[in-house]
Design a protein around this ligand. Structure first.
Ligand code: ADP
Ligand code: MG
Length: 694
């Protein structure tokens, strides 16, 4: 592609297109809506809709859809064509403001976690003008929120948008107190780094586990894995490079600022990252990115695996969520400033985050809970399930000085909050700790716990809300202050003293940290089953309803959806294990054993010829095969029992503590068999085949 600048955003109804195509008055009204969250008048919507339609038709579109993000975690669309009949059997291409603003997809088949029983089944989608419309596969896609008719959120976007409003409101309050009167809006910004695996499509088709569950449920360790770490940042192989190039171009057309691409630690693992933007757009873009990553892979004879742990024994995939707050005047609130006001602003923002993460560590853990991510968190390549903050030595020392009423010497200058500026905090010294789940990286926090297949809406509405809650408490207090400098210092000091247990600059992967964390009273919620009750705790419900993010009903429905999703995933995995064991592995074992028998018998007929190999191997395989058969019976029994458990939380527990270990035990036997059976008899591609296929 010759001209990337021209290509970029060519399928997006972006600001430039709006400016070119909308009457000045309409454009201004729309900008206001986008920037300040003001409501759009219906007349204005009509004009916008018409301009969108004309533009989309010029680009070859024939349909439009409200593009939304139900609780399935992926996006949904229902296409309608622009055609509208007029007299004499003719049609015109039409699209009204009403159609732009509101849609009515049938909500009944999307997960609602019981909301459907309590409320009307019907749902509606509502245009989110803060995210640009775009064209995908000849269809004009309009980003929308998805709610029930009685107003309950049925999607991932609604609480995110609500949390952005709350964060804005509370941050502005605080900035006013600090004397910043020029700021009209504060927005959370996010840059998500996306990890993924690529495997050969033909091999993929032979793996029922990948097809049904997205991860391998069997597979012996190959002779070579990631031991030599020779893949990380390695030269990108031509086939992968062609894929990445194609992917980037598709994403650029959609106005997605994809920027970085490289090989990751595990063989056939890669990473892709865009330049950060507002959290709402970053979320939409990441959803689109995941969809297009998978689509483009097929064109290259590949399959893109977004599962958190597609392979045992090599690294899983995460999604590092880089988060900060930025003002409409272009200031990053987490940028340590070089003047006293900014110094105060930065330290207060930092204190707010420390308080938020410590107080609501369990909610952060909940926000990344899923069956897939359970395999990753706490495995030794990913952050543990314990939430802690990495700040780096310099910042930690500064906070310690504040706590101890000492004067921090920065570059031989005394430092006080709001009086002298902070010392420059070198970015490279803060970004060394790759093991921390929530790391300060110079001017943003990197939340490393989200799984690679996650919508980032969930983690971010939680971050936005808990930080807004800290800011609310701070503002309530400081608004009454008679001596701001004194009270500000006291507030920061108090906050650090109360919440410093959450700060940990060491290696999070060690067992010592788990012990130390327990001493500090930090949570270690190892599984989704252990984590989820925190979401329906009183504090959680209070928090989300206080800020208008989720009502109690909505919280409970999301709790149900997460656990239902967990049990369904586990049940599908267990069924897949049974199917592969009985219909693929056991028949292969029978065939190979008869080959060995034949050979041994033939040798016996010939007289005194050594048949030890056949006999010993046969004995070993027979024993394991019998064991495999029994383990499949056991698994099936436990699966049936788990399916029968009524209460959701207990059912999830049955899957976690009974079914899953049984799957693992069965797998261990099957994997051992894989190493004994002739390659040509083994019914599906091995780890070696999959990991080194591309
Ligand atoms: P890494 O070393 O982790 O790869 P990078 O500096 O490449 O770190 O940044 C990772 C991501 O963080 C990118 O998507 C980048 O755009 C994003 N990022 C940078 N600044 C901010 C910010 N202020 N707010 C949110 N995300 C940011
Ligand atoms: Mg990173």
């Amino acid at each position: 592609m010759s001209n990337i600048a021209e290509l970029f955003g060519s399928l997006v109804f972006n600001d430039k297109v709006m400016r070119d195509r909308l009457p000045a008055k309409t454009y201004k009204a729309l900008r206001q809506t986008m920037r300040l969250g003001k409501e759009l008048a219906p007349e204005v919507a009509d004009v916008v809709a018409n301009a969108m339609k004309d533009w989309a038709i010029e680009k070859g579109a024939t349909h439009f859809t409200h593009w939304f993000q139900p609780m399935t975690g992926i996006t949904a669309e229902k296409h309608d064509s622009f055609i509208t009949p007029v007299a004499d059997g003719l049609i015109i291409m039409d699209f009204s403001g009403k159609e732009l603003i509101k849609g009515e997809p049938d909500a009944s088949s999307f997960p609602s976690g019981g909301l459907r029983a309590t409320f009307e089944a019907r749902g509606y989608t509502a245009w989110d003008p803060t995210s640009y419309a775009f064209i995908k596969d000849g269809t004009l896609c309009i980003p929308t929120a998805f709610c029930s008719y009685s107003g309950e959120a049925l999607d991932k976007k609604t609480p995110l948008l609500r949390s952005m409003e709350t964060l804005n409101h509370q941050a502005i309050r605080l900035l006013r107190i600090l004397g910043k009167t020029d700021v009209a809006r504060v927005t959370a910004t996010v840059g998500p780094e996306q990890e993924y695996f690529l495997v050969d499509r033909e091999l993929y088709k032979k793996r029922k586990d990948l097809i049904y569950t997205g991860r391998t449920l069997f597979g012996a360790k190959p002779p070579k894995g990631q031991e030599k770490e020779d893949h990380y940042f390695g030269a990108i192989r031509p086939k992968v490079a062609a894929y990445m190039q194609d992917l980037d171009e598709e994403l650029w057309k959609l106005g997605i600022l994809t920027k970085t691409r490289h090989n990751e630690v595990a063989p056939s693992q890669h990473e892709q990252a865009p330049i950060f933007t507002t959290v709402n757009i970053a979320t939409d873009h990441n959803q689109l990115t995941m969809e297009i990553m998978q689509k483009v892979a097929l064109r290259h004879g590949l399959v893109c695996l977004l599962h958190e742990k597609p392979f045992a024994g090599v690294n899983g995939s995460g999604k590092h969520n880089n988060w900060s707050m930025s003002t409409d005047t272009g200031v990053n609130l987490l940028e340590p400033g070089d003047n006293p006001q900014d110094n105060a602003q930065f330290l207060v923002a930092l204190a707010a985050i420390i308080k938020a993460v410590d107080t609501y560590q369990d909610l952060l853990r909940v926000s990344v809970a899923s069956a897939g991510n359970d395999h990753r968190l706490g495995a030794n390549e990913a952050p543990p399930a314990i939430v802690s903050i990495f700040l780096g030595d310099e910042l930690t020392n500064i906070l310690q000085a504040i706590e101890e009423d000492k004067i921090y010497k920065a570059d031989h200058e005394d430092m006080y909050i709001g009086v002298k500026s902070l010392p420059p905090i070198p970015k490279d010294t803060t970004d060394r700790n790759r093991t921390s789940p929530f790391a300060f990286t110079g001017n943003k926090f990197e939340f490393r716990m989200p799984g690679s297949s996650f919508s980032i809406a969930g983690p971010n509405f939680v971050i936005n809300t808990i930080v807004a809650e800290s800011l609310r408490i701070f503002s309530d207090r400081l608004e009454k202050s008679k001596n701001l400098h004194k009270d500000l210092t006291a507030l920061v000091k108090e906050t650090i003293t109360a919440h410093k247990r959450i700060i940990f600059n060491g290696n999070n992967y060690t067992d010592e940290w788990a012990i130390e964390a327990e001493k500090r009273g930090l949570s270690n919620l190892k599984t989704t089953v252990e984590a989820m009750p925190a979401f329906i705790s009183e504090e959680s419900i209070d928090l989300f309803s206080r800020h208008g993010i989720l009502t109690e009903t909505e919280v409970r429905s999301r709790y149900d959806i997460t656990l239902e999703n967990y049990t369904k995933t586990m049940a599908i995995e267990a069924q897949t294990v049974l199917e592969i064991s009985r219909r693929e592995i056991m028949p292969a074992l029978a065939k190979y054993q008869s080959l060995l028998c034949e050979s041994a018998l033939a040798k016996a007929q010939l007289g005194e010829i050594n048949a030890d190999m056949e006999k010993q191997l046969l004995a070993a395989i027979s024993a394991l095969a019998g064991n495999l058969y029994q383990k499949a019976e056991d698994l099936e029994n436990l699966l049936t029992q788990a399916k029968g458990v009524e209460r959701l939380q207990e059912q999830a527990g049955a899957f976690c503590y009974q079914v899953f270990p049984a799957m693992q035990e069965l797998r261990a036997v099957a994997d051992r068999l894989e190493t004994l059976v002739a390659a040509e008899y083994w019914p599906f591609p091995t780890y070696g085949d999959l990991l080194f296929s591309v």
